[in-house]
Design a binder for this molecule. Structure first.
Ligand code: FES
Ligand code: FES
Length: 155
């Protein structure tokens, strides 16, 4: 199989997989970056959300050939800055329950804030609508995004 170089979390990885392989499989199975989760595998739940050139992207329906040449960031790269306002806001608002959907939620939230630093409730609802949470943490997610947008104080 052809060798492909992927740029993930600012590092280059040379991988030997079929170009049609979903990026999610490479992240989790080839590279051991298991923070990105498998949910539906069909682009419907958001559990596998990463950034590709800064855009929230479903890694389960993105192939290696589509990811080639792009800057990929996963939750591991994002969490390299533990003082990031969004991560601190997530802790302050105690957003996570089981935690399974949360890496995807955080990556989607970060993408919104980079586009719209002061989002309204409706901006957040629209942008986060495709990220499902079986534990129902939606209102805490919204508060955490507002808190991060306000530099640490959501209220
Ligand atoms: S696992 Fe990718 S959107 Fe559900
Ligand atoms: S925190 Fe459990 S699925 Fe979202």
């Amino acid at each position: 199989m052809p060798l492909t170089t992927l740029n993930i979390n600012k590092k280059k990885y040379r991988i030997d997989v079929d170009p049609d392989t979903p990026l999610l499989w490479v992240l989790r199975d080839t590279l051991g970056l298991t923070g990105t989760k498998y949910g539906c595998g069909r682009g419907l739940c958001g559990a596998c959300t990463v950034h590709m050139n800064g855009e929230a992207t479903r890694s389960c329906i993105t192939t290696v050939s589509e990811a080639k040449g792009k800057k990929i960031m996963t939750i591991e790269g994002f969490a390299a800055d533990p003082k990031h306002p969004l991560l601190l806001a997530w802790l302050e608002e105690e957003v996570s329950q089981c935690g399974y959907c949360q890496p995807g939620q955080i990556m989607a939230a970060a993408a919104i804030l980079s586009r719209r630093p002061k989002p309204t409730d409706s901006d957040i609802e629209t942008a986060m609508a495709g990220n499902l949470c079986r534990c129902g943490t939606y209102s805490r997610i919204r508060r955490a995004i507002h808190r991060a947008a306000k530099g640490g104080d959501a209220r």
